[in-house]
Design a protein around this ligand. Structure first.
Ligand SMILES: C[C@H](N)C(=O)N[C@@H](Cc1c[nH]cn1)C(=O)O
Ligand SMILES: [Zn+2]
Ligand SMILES: [Zn+2]
Length: 524
């Protein structure tokens, strides 16, 4: 067996074509399952074990159509944080609804109300709910994904247009390619592949696809808890799966059992009702920007230690058994450093420390200042109002309300010390951290599927990012939730030149098909 696994690894190392890899995977699969079925002597089971190899071949034959569909999805600039793209968000949701309908799902668009921006009510994009299959004998999996993206402009430093999917060096570049349009489409393609080989889907599926995840999933919790749960949407759900994160590195797959939460702050300082000429007004006003920079400079030290009083107090203590987990994770700090071209990493680049500070300790990041003169050129203006944006990634035992209170108290104290006559206001939106039991059979099923595709045991990882709805889905369904990443650790989600490797996209589709198959075998 190990000889075959090695052979398949070498295929990847030497970049052999997908068809060769698939043949090897099929050989491996047949040998592996022949052993099992001979042992239990069940010819019926044998027949069903041929399903996945056929599906894998089908996927390899349809690579171009998968790329085309991703191109269509990326071309819709569904940026949720900027209301000027709100129609595109709605268009994106409806586009996905059509695709779900095409695979036979029953769908509906649920209205989730309004959000308030600058005192104005703006309609939120609808949430797409879908159901495929209703066989009481089958397991039901609830799949969540998001259709919105972070903003992107070519002038940010993209090599190509961000909303045009471009293939370069076996990578598909475009905003949303990995976060999260590629993975969402992966589910669609996996379902289609079952259809394509004429095999009934082995599970029932329920879909929750939103278009506000990058902006705090506004309206979604209320929909899930106040409407869908009481209406029985989760009654028959057995497992929840989300593909909206990335491998830790670039070669080893992982399955994720933890996310940090997020507490996002808008810190506003106003010194005048309009922007001012610095030659005319400079020296005569208390400038808002100076006040804001002062406050933002009080939040975190150069080593990343958060300076907010008592912020670390409730963080879950590190146990000896947890500590030992980090040693076995496959993570290369030097490769990680090189991939972002940073001069030096925090915590002296020590692997275990880096992982812990990414996954289980809070971090504070400064994101930007609205109202600042960020465009090129020597603009000589004093901004009348500036809004500083920063966030704290929350970890287990840190409750958002308690963290918000500590931040507000700290900012108010620093503001009093500053003694500025200007107006200051701080607001927040927050979501809790999430962890799950990775020893659950659901995780074992996903690990079997992963090993089948990538011929290696996945790492059980946590994730430094946040998906606010994960904990809501866990609570609403009362079921085990698992994150099954499709993309690689260097995909640069949220950054310039976001991409997904063709390999991750295509093998990810196979992974989802194999995952559905493995979960179908779990007890109900
Ligand atoms: C991990 C996920 N793909 C993601 O990118 N989540 C965002 C969620 C968010 C919350 N506020 C704004 N965005 C993230 O972790 O930043
Ligand atoms: Zn994101
Ligand atoms: Zn995402």
């Amino acid at each position: 067996m190990s000889v075959i696994l090695k052979a398949i690894r070498l295929c990847y190392d030497f970049r052999l074509p997908a068809s060769t890899r698939t043949s090897l995977a099929i050989n491996y699969y047949n040998i592996f399952h022949k052993n099992i079925s001979t042992a239990v002597d069940l010819p019926q089971t044998m027949a069903s074990e041929k399903i996945l190899p056929n599906i894998f071949q089908f996927v390899d034959k349809n690579i171009n159509s998968y790329k085309s569909l991703l191109k269509e999805a990326v071309a819709i600039p569904s940026v949720s944080c900027d209301v000027k793209y709100r129609d595109d968000c709605v268009r994106m949701v409806k586009w996905m609804q059509d695709k779900l309908k095409e695979v036979g799902a029953t769908t509906e668009l649920r209205d989730v109300g309004f959000q308030t921006i600058d005192g104005k009510e703006v309609k939120l994009p609808p949430v797409l709910i879908g159901t495929l299959g209703n066989d009481k004998k089958k397991n039901t999996i609830c799949v969540y994904g998001h259709l919105d993206v972070q903003p992107a402009l070519k002038s940010d430093g993209w090599l190509t247009e961000p909303f045009e999917l471009v293939e370069r060096d076996n990578k598909l570049y475009g905003r949303g390619s990995t976060d999260d349009k590629g993975p969402v489409l992966g589910w669609l393609h996996a379902i289609n592949a079952y259809k394509g080989v004429g095999v009934e889907l082995p599970v029932n599926l329920k879909f929750v696809f939103e278009c506000m995840e990058e902006s705090g999933s506004e309206g979604l919790d209320a929909l899930l808890i106040e409407q869908l749960k009481p209406a029985g949407f989760f009654n028959d759900v057995d497992y929840v799966c989300i593909s909206d994160n990335y491998w830790l590195g670039t070669t080893k797959p992982c399955i994720t059992y933890g996310l940090r939460g997020i507490s996002y702050y808008f810190l506003e300082v106003e010194c005048a009702k309009m922007d001012l000429h610095s030659g005319v007004y400079g020296g005569t006003v208390h400038e808002a920007m100076s006040d804001l920079i002062y406050l933002m400079g009080q939040l975190v030290d150069k080593d990343g230690k958060i300076l907010i009083t008592d912020i670390y107090k409730s963080v879950a203590p590190l146990t000896e058994s947890e500590k030992s987990l980090y040693t076995n994770i496959d993570f290369d700090p030097e490769a990680y450093r090189k991939s972002i071209e940073a001069p030096k990493l925090a915590h002296n680049g020590v692997k275990e420390q880096l992982l812990m500070h990414r996954w289980r300790y809070p971090s504070l990041s400064l994101h930007g200042i609205e109202g600042a003169a960020f465009q090129p050129g020597a603009k000589t203006v004093i901004p009348g109002k500036v809004i500083g944006k920063f966030s704290i990634r929350l970890v287990p035992n840190q409750e958002p309300e308690e963290v918000e209170k500590l931040v507000f108290e700290y900012i108010n104290k620093k503001w009093a010390e500053r003694g500025s006559p200007n107006k200051m206001r701080i607001t927040a939106q927050s979501g809790r951290a999430w962890t799950e039991n990775p020893d659950h059979p659901h995780y074992q099923a996903a690990a079997r599927a992963t090993k089948l595709i990538y011929q290696t045991d996945p790492d059980m990882s946590r994730e430094g990012g946040s998906i606010p709805v994960t904990i809501t889905l866990q609570e609403a369904s009362g079921r085990n939730v698992l994150l099954l990443p499709m993309g690689a650790g260097d995909d640069m989600a949220h950054s310039q030149n976001e991409k997904i490797n063709v390999r991750n996209y295509i093998e990810g589709i196979k992974l989802f098909a194999a995952y559905l198959y493995e979960v179908s075998k779990l007890p109900k």
